[in-house]
Design a protein around this ligand. Structure first.
Ligand code: ZN
Length: 220
């Protein structure tokens, strides 16, 4: 993507192919630039739909997971590539599968809740997953990614519904932040992600010269 494509001959068919490839490349760049904004709009749309009225549990839950997945994706996009590394697929997975802890709550264990949400919606889960990642090298990447994903999940849950028992088992009370605070976070993340995508596209289109690569004053 972004690679310069030059026509090597005047043959009509080849020129046509070059224009098609160049147009497709521009189209892909435009799509990439719009991805963070699209994710933001989908999250806000999901929340407006969920706020309109009570929905059947399956619809409510699956729609909310779209919000969780996109929230995690936006926040992951803000992290430096070195930080998210190979963790990101596991983080996206963790940001969604943590809600499986609602299954006992809605089926055989209705008492499996602290201040409205399962007690596993707490920082203790992040800590346990992180400890497993730290002590078992074989599963370091998956568990570190899952810990990150659960943390990103809580960013949304703390601003929706009853909040989350973040400090359980030390404190049973639900911690809640205003939805506006969550909105500020995801709008900021979308803005930064858009800037990073645009910068990446520009860098691919205009690779740094040898001189700029040697200049330590230039940004990395
Ligand atoms: Zn949740």
């Amino acid at each position: 993507m972004g690679k310069e494509i030059r026509p090597t001959t005047d043959v009509a068919g080849v020129r046509s192919s070059w224009w098609e490839q160049a147009s497709a490349s521009r189209f892909r760049r435009s799509i990439l630039r719009l991805l963070p904004l699209t994710a933001l709009l989908v999250i806000v749309g999901v929340d407006l739909i969920l706020a309109r009225r009570p929905w059947p549990l399956l619809i409510d839950g699956s729609t909310d997971e779209v919000g969780h997945l996109l929230t995690a994706a936006l926040l992951l996009a803000v992290l430096p590539r070195s930080a998210r590394g190979r963790l990101w697929p596991w983080a996206l997975l963790g940001a969604v599968v943590i809600d499986l802890d609602h299954v006992p709550l809605y089926t055989f264990a209705p008492e499996f809740a602290v201040s409205g949400r399962p007690p596993t919606h707490s920082l203790l889960t992040v800590l346990v997953l992180g400890i497993v990642a730290a002590v078992i090298p074989l599963v370091r990447i998956p568990f570190a990614g899952l810990a990150l994903g659960v943390g990103l999940h809580l960013v949304r849950d703390v601003a929706t519904g009853p909040g989350v028992p973040l400090l359980w088992p030390f404190d049973d009370s639900a911690i809640r932040s205003p939805y506006a605070a969550y909105l500020v976070v995801i709008v900021g993340a979308a803005a930064v992600a858009t800037w990073k995508v645009s910068r990446g596209i520009r860098r691919r289109a205009d690779p740094p010269t040898a001189a700029s690569e040697r200049d330590p004053a230039l940004p990395a």
